[in-house]
Write a protein that binds this ligand. Sequence first.
Ligand code: SAM
Length: 330
Amino acid sequence: MIKDALTDPYGRVLNYMRVSVTDRCNLSCMYCRKKGIHRYLPSSAILSYEEILRIIKAGCALGIDKIRITGGEPLERRGLLSFLEKLVVIRGIRDVSLTTNGIKLRENLRPLKDLGIRRLNVSLDSLERNTFRHITGQDGLGVVLESIEEALALGFSPLKLNMVVLGGINDGEIPVFAELTRQLPIHVRFIEYMPSPHVTLDMRNRILTPVIKRRAQKTSLLIPIHDKDGSGISERFRFTDGVGEIGFISPVSRHFCQACNRLRLTADGSLKPCLLSDRLIDVRTCLRDSSNGLDLQTCFKKAADTKPGFCHTKNNMGLSLPVIMSAIGG
Ligand code: SAM
């Protein structure tokens, strides 16, 4: 146990950091970033890999031992593999994983495996070519499916498929996604769409976990899986004869604040203690301007000290993301 472990005022030990390495993305998903409307950050604002590594090392000294690399699309940023090479050998890091849309994953799978990375989350909102194109703005389903197939063949595990469920758009595919877990050792995770003031989807697109769960059980009942790692963010299930599993992530309908052990680092260098709060701790200035007298560990402690205990309204229906997701990595 680290003497100075990051603990917030509510007793949660923060050992997990999601690191966004870029806000750029090769897709423009309808619920995330609108093509031609949202501007990207200037490159001078984006942390260099060296800066990110310094921040991670400071977090590590305070007990951060689990890192998820995200974006924008992390595989869009040049030099990602060399950065990961330096990241995986940092003392104290016990788990590095990647969230990707899968477009550029296939060619990177072997190098990722050689680095010891095994945990991948691939965002996949549809198995139908036209729906995939409608949601993401790209005709990319084929390459994503090839990446997933190859990742399974190479033994990546757990391989999680994240599906943001949108009523009237892809919700008809819930049973098909669920059925995938019968034959394949994948984890399908159904995610509730979180509204954002930056994208305007029809509220009819909102469909919540109780309904998603019912539809996922179209053919047979789901058996709960008790969460051994205790993260509690997703509710986990499987079919009795299933080799994979099904998770429900319900930021809108089910509170999971009490289990939240995470901090986020934005691509432009702020620590974000809570996805749903607009609170940010500026780490970039601390790195680039030593005259402010703050050190990196102080920034981490400030992030822990200001992590909200509970940030939802009673039934969360008023919940809304304070920023576009591609800027913070989901
Ligand atoms: N480009 C990578 C990808 O597609 O997985 C990583 C970044 S993406 C922002 C991370 C996750 O956030 C994806 O699974 C995406 O579906 C999810 N996401 C983005 N906007 C969302 C929203 N409004 N509601 C729910 N999930 C969202």
